[in-house]
Design a protein around this ligand. Structure first.
Ligand SMILES: Cc1ncc(COP(=O)(O)O)c(C=O)c1O
Length: 443
């Protein structure tokens, strides 16, 4: 059906099968965003909505940033597309170099993808192929973690641990195990920053490795801070312990930094923040400020170089995407990294994080709040679920906040917030003030 130009809302919403959405609920009462600038969205009904989630954890520099918009415009007119296989174009190389400069020093090589999910698949495949390349071909097992989120492709949901993302889709990959998640509210509820208790949960890796033999395990993948499952901050010492154990057993460690990359914790990557060096990092989202789809795997020289042998005319890694390093995405990525640098946004996130922490913990004691967690510019507020109706209470909070001009996100019965790094104290006051009012109204 035709679009009525006087009203930006299409009058037929039926064809678009929306992702991770309650389609029938949405289409009865659409929440339509039509433009955005810096910290705000504008809705089809003319309201300004404060963005408490950076879109979907991706618009770290806020919306409609001139440098990024202009870079995309220019690139589209100069080189719209170039084949990614056996051909190159300058900006993909430039972006890879800038990423290497910004990433933890061990990360020397960059493989481009189009999303976080693809970055995860790529990293898992590289891990298995790397083990084979160094003569460790029996190392094929992959280890993820309960409640982990690594996107929606088969590898990602196999190592992931969110039940609803897995249970509808059959048997998934073979040879996958899961570490226990680190959520221990009885010990750690209302922790500020990293919780005290739970580093010992990394030792579960010893049990899994003992069960199968270390010579069967290729890689462990974890989110340094688990986001989509409802914000789980790693207990003090947990990631360091995981690094020690993976190293001890010749297992690669992959950090899935799709949400923690690009300043979310006030450092370029979580690997920097926690001072723990993985063997690969997956990233996406903030890489292009969410504006153009793009993801990447960052890998050590050791991993990359293991593939660089054999005759020079032969492809070294049989993997890649039509749009790997796409020119427009590369231009957006370069402009995004420049924006972060010029505006000192990672440092800004670190500076404002204590104010953020105080603000989110001020929600303690409000109705239904059973835990609050935070790190960098991330916060999770866990609500007591309605008996027999999980997710309903948090979803009601999401709808109420939206009606009151604030966009938050909910997963299960947890409110997640991850605002753009340009957020001002006054925005934090509005965001948290609105959430407080919503909680007081909730049933
Ligand atoms: C840790 C993590 N990995 C992977 C993904 C998947 O990224 P995408 O939706 O770009 O495929 C996400 C998305 O939220 C994520 O948070």
């Amino acid at each position: 059906m035709a679009l009525d130009r006087s009203n930006p809302v299409p009058n037929d919403l039926s064809a678009f099968w929306m992702p991770f959405t309650a389609n029938r609920q949405f289409k009865k009462a659409p929440r339509m965003l039509v433009s955005a600038d810096r910290m705000h969205y504008r809705t089809a009904d003319g309201r300004e909505v404060l963005d408490g989630v950076a879109g979907l954890w991706c618009c770290n520099a806020g919306h409609n940033r001139p440098k990024i918009v202009e870079a995309i415009r220019q690139q589209a007119g100069e080189l719209d597309y170039a084949p990614a296989f056996q051909m190159g174009h300058p900006k993909a190389f430039e972006l890879a170099n800038r990423l290497r400069d910004m990433a933890p020093s061990a990360m020397e090589h960059v493989f481009f993808t189009n999303s976080g999910s693809e970055a995860v698949e790529t990293a898992l495949k590289i891990a298995i192929a790397y083990q084979r390349a160094i003569g460790q071909g029996t190392r094929t097992r992959l280890i993820g973690r309960e409640r982990g989120y690594h996107g929606v492709n088969f590898g990602g949901i196999s190592v992931g641990g969110i039940v609803n993302n897995r249970k509808f889709f059959g048997t998934l990959l073979n040879g996958v195990d899961h570490l226990p998640h680190t959520h221990q509210p009885a010990l750690n509820a209302f922790s500020r920053g990293e919780p005290e208790h739970g580093a010992n949960l990394a030792d579960e890796l010893e049990r899994i490795v003992a069960l199968h033999g270390p010579e069967t395990v290729a890689a462990v993948i974890v989110e340094p801070v688990a986001g989509s499952t409802g914000v789980l901050i790693p207990p003090k010492g947990y990631l360091k312990r995981l690094r020690e154990l993976t190293r001890k057993h010749g297992i690669l460690l992959i950090f899935d930094e799709v949400i923690t990359g690009f300043g979310r914790l006030g450092a370029p990557f979580a690997a920097d923040y926690f001072d723990v060096m993985p063997d690969m990092i997956t990233c996406a989202k903030g890489l292009t400020n969410g504006v153009i789809p793009m993801g990447a795997v960052l890998a050590t020289k050791e991993i990359h170089d293991a593939f660089m042998n054999g005759p020079e005319h032969v492809i070294e890694l049989f993997h890649g995407y039509t749009y790997s390093g796409n020119p427009i995405a590369s231009a957006a990525g370069l402009a995004t990294l420049e924006t972060y640098r010029e505006e000192g946004l990672f440092e800004r996130a670190a500076e404002i994080a204590p104010y953020w922490e105080d603000a989110v913990h001020s929600l303690k004691g409000l109705p239904h709040v059973i835990d609050i967690r935070n790190l960098g510019l991330i916060a999770g507020v866990e609500l007591d679920p309605i008996a027999g109706e999980p997710t309903k209470r948090a979803f009601a909070a999401f709808l109420d906040a939206y009606e009151n001009n604030v966009m938050i996100r909910t997963t299960g019965d947890i409110i997640a917030m991850s605002p753009p790094l340009i957020i001002e104290k006054s925005h934090i006051d509005t965001l948290i003030g609105t959430v407080a009012d919503v909680l007081k109204r909730l049933h």
